[in-house]
Design a protein around this ligand. Structure first.
Ligand code: MF3
Ligand code: CO
Ligand code: CO
Length: 271
């Protein structure tokens, strides 16, 4: 998710049926890779180890990484552990019992981009962490429930933030979802807050991501010196789920559904 721009968005592309088929094919691969990762999230693994597995799987499925080389980024995934909100850079960080982490993968299949992320846990997460994971997943689906022609992007953002606040949590404002298709980040910016009835009107054929980042504490983010890693200012836990979706005649098509039904909960059991 890019840092939100201040400029007004350019035109939002309306995609045809062929585009939807291509997006479903791209989304399927990224969802499979995220499913495959479930068994590899183990204590003692480094985030670099997990990223290498993502790279191997990308090669296995004969697709391309969208993030390697993107604005100088050098990895096949972003791995955001505990209080990292997003864009965690894979490295020497060793996973420990109780950690929660988001793995975000974007691939290109035949020129079309598939972008998804979900949460994993190392062992059994704390009650607080489990509450957060549930809420972040529900926040995404509260947003997706608003996706239908005639609603606005403000409706999506409003539903997400309202749900987060109802759980006494917060929705991060400095990063957003984005249009996607034959490019990684396209108009519009899909904010995870908003006023009902404001923003562009959703039309059949629009394709974008919804990827709310929900914090246990305040919504404020701080960027680390690596220029990528965003953390919560108050160091509270943060969680994120992301799907790539298209607006259909009467709702939305989710391109990045988990083939193994492992989107949530993924490699852990809740309750
Ligand atoms: N996948 C992220 C998104 O959801 C973007 C990652 S860009 C990277 O938009 F360069 F940090 F990988
Ligand atoms: Co995205
Ligand atoms: Co992503």
């Amino acid at each position: 998710m890019p840092f939100r721009r201040k400029t007004t968005p350019e035109r939002i592309v309306i995609h045809d049926q062929t585009a939807f088929q291509n997006m479903a094919r791209a989304g399927e691969v990224v969802a499979r890779i995220l499913d495959d990762l479930c068994t590899h999230v183990q204590p003692g693994m480094t985030t670099r180890d997990l990223d290498s597995i993502v790279e191997e799987h990308i090669a296995h499925y004969k697709v391309k990484s969208a993030t390697i080389g993107y604005r100088g980024y050098r990895h096949a995934s972003c791995i955001s552990v505990n209080h990292v909100i997003c864009h965690g850079v894979p490295g020497a960080k060793v996973l420990r019992q109780g950690d929660i982490l988001n793995i975000d993968v974007t691939i290109i299949r035949d020129g079309w981009f598939g972008d998804s992320s979900r949460m994993y846990a190392v062992g059994r997460p704390s009650i607080k962490a489990r509450r957060l994971l549930k809420a972040a997943h529900k926040a995404l689906f509260a947003g997706l429930a608003q996706v239908q022609p005639g609603n606005t992007f403000g409706d999506i953002g409003h539903a997400i933030e309202k749900y987060a606040v109802s759980q006494r949590m917060s929705s991060v404002r400095s990063f957003c979802g984005h249009g996607i298709g034959r490019a990684f980040h396209m108009p519009p910016e899909v904010t995870h807050f908003g006023r009902p009835g404001t923003g562009p009107v959703l039309q059949e054929g629009m394709i974008f991501t919804v990827e709310p980042m929900i914090n246990l504490g305040r919504p404020d983010a701080r960027l680390l010196a690596d220029g990528w890693t965003a953390v919560t200012r108050d160091r509270t836990l943060s969680a994120q789920f992301e799907h790539t979706v298209g607006v259909t005649r009467d709702g939305c098509q989710i391109f990045t559904l988990s083939p193994g039904n492992r989107f949530f909960p993924t490699n852990f059991t809740i309750d």
